[in-house]
Design a protein around this ligand. Structure first.
Ligand code: ADP
Length: 424
């Protein structure tokens, strides 16, 4: 049996939840996260992540909805398509009564045109293909996954949710890259990423801090393996640290962030480094990994820093870059009311938050050491001018909400059955 096979009709379970699900898929360069939400209530059910795709030790971690100790059988193929195929088989076996109402895919790069949740048709998928040179690290995998899900679940509407959409209307001066004009006409601009996370953080800020907080001068710091900051005023994006690709901005786990543009030519002459090698270096061999020489993982580096000066420098470099970006964005915003930390590092590391905010008292940023250490929602001191908050992000929920809204809007009515029946 597979989810939705048999009659393909949704029923209500004894606990009131529906057997209809919205599956949110969040594929990164080396991971696939997924959550199945109840289509009616958007309560999360089964969720998990496959990590280290393409590397030794590909693993699957299950979270909510899985029986304690439940594990997915070992993956026989560890590439993206193999991992996804494995996931589909596992979901089919795990929840045979589930009828998928829709699937939502995170798509990192939407290029110049995509600015809203979009129903994935073969024509839309074709239109994404020419964008792959803009984001060779993510888009080829994402397109392959979308095609796989569309082929396996042809009756289920699938939607793309773009990480670039949040920043689509950046002010013209923030969009411009200072290279010859003709490239702007070819779509070379600051796009900005982590938009699904920023959308969630702004909604949460509005919910917990009211319209005054969300409508003020806000800096959002999404600090994970990929890391970026965004400046928002009156609810509208004003600037962001990532640019044409997610390799720009502050240093990350394996990405360099901003570099001297002269380095490309210097390394070409010094080592005969070509464009492909340069791209690999700045995306996969740099950042925390490149500087520490040992790990891209902040937890590892914090553990090692007392005995490893390179690990300490990598952490120090990261915190300084975050601090400088906060200062720059406060200048772009003309002051600051709220600073939000999120992402694996931002939501969990009191040490990084404290170091990133050190010396920012002149901006009105003061951290309450105890609140920070215990991981309170608000970590600024009682009299501080800037409210500093910690919010755990939920990109999958943003995807599910967008898909639900699209389904409710009526434009997503599929022409075929919504059951998860596989194509013969
Ligand atoms: P991704 O961008 O892949 O979604 P995450 O947002 O999960 O990544 O962030 C992963 C990063 O968060 C890793 O560097 C990890 O070490 C770091 N991290 C997670 N928990 C902690 C913690 N308690 N202290 C410091 N860093 C942490």
């Amino acid at each position: 049996m597979m989810p939705g096979s048999g009659t393909g009709k949704a029923t209500t379970r004894p606990d009131g939840s529906s057997t209809r699900g919205i599956l949110a898929i969040n594929a990164g360069s080396s991971s696939i996260k997924f959550t199945r939400f109840d289509a009616a209530t958007l309560v999360p059910g089964l969720s998990g992540r496959i990590e280290r795709i393409g590397a030794p030790g590909t693993s699957l971690t299950l979270a909510i909805g899985a029986a304690p100790g439940e594990v997915m059988p070992a993956l026989t193929r560890t590439d993206h398509a193999g991992a996804a195929a494995h996931l589909i088989e596992w979901l089919r076996a795990r929840d045979p009564a589930c009828v998928l109402a829709a699937v939502g895919h995170r798509v990192v790069h939407g290029g110049p045109d995509y600015r809203a949740t979009t129903l994935l048709t073969p024509a839309v998928v074709e239109s994404l293909r020419p964008l792959t040179p803009m984001d060779p690290e993510h888009l080829p995998h994402e397109i392959a996954l979308i095609e796989l899900w569309m082929a396996r679940f042809p009756g289920v509407p699938q939607w793309a949710c773009f990480d670039t959409a949040f920043h689509h209307d950046l002010p013209p001066l923030a969009r411009l890259l200072a290279i010859p004009r003709r490239y702007a006409a070819m779509g070379v601009r600051r796009y900005g990423f982590h938009g699904l996370s920023y959308e969630f953080l702004m909604e949460e800020l509005g919910r917990s801090g009211g319209t005054r907080a969300a409508g003020g001068r806000v800096i959002l710091a999404h600090l994970g393996n990929g890391a970026s900051l965004a400046a928002v005023r009156d609810g509208k994006p004003v600037d962001t640290s990532m640019a044409f690709t997610p390799a720009a901005g502050i240093p990350m786990g394996t990405r360099s962030g901003d570099l001297d543009p002269g380095l490309a030519w210097y390394l070409a002459r010094l080592e005969g480094m070509d464009a492909a090698k340069f791209n690999r270096m700045v995306n996969s061999e740099s950042g925390l990994l490149g500087v520490s020489g040992t790990s891209a993982d902040m937890r590892d580096l914090l553990e090692r820093e007392p005995v490893d000066p390179r690990a300490a420098e990598a952490v120090g470099m990261f915190c300084l870059a975050v601090r400088k970006c906060i200062g720059a964005f406060a200048a772009a915003l003309g002051g600051l009311d709220t600073l939000v930390f999120s992402g694996g590092i931002g939501a969990n590391s009191a040490v990084v938050r404290e170091r990133a905010c050190a010396e920012l008292g002149f901006l009105g940023i003061e951290i309450d050491a105890l609140q920070n250490r215990v991981g309170a929602d608000t970590i600024s001191g009682p009299g501080a001018r800037v409210s500093v908050r910690v919010i755990e992000t939920d990109e999958e929920l943003v995807i599910a909400r967008a898909v639900r809204q699209a389904l409710d809007g009526g434009s997503a009515e599929p022409t075929q059955s919504t059951s998860c029946r596989e194509k013969p």
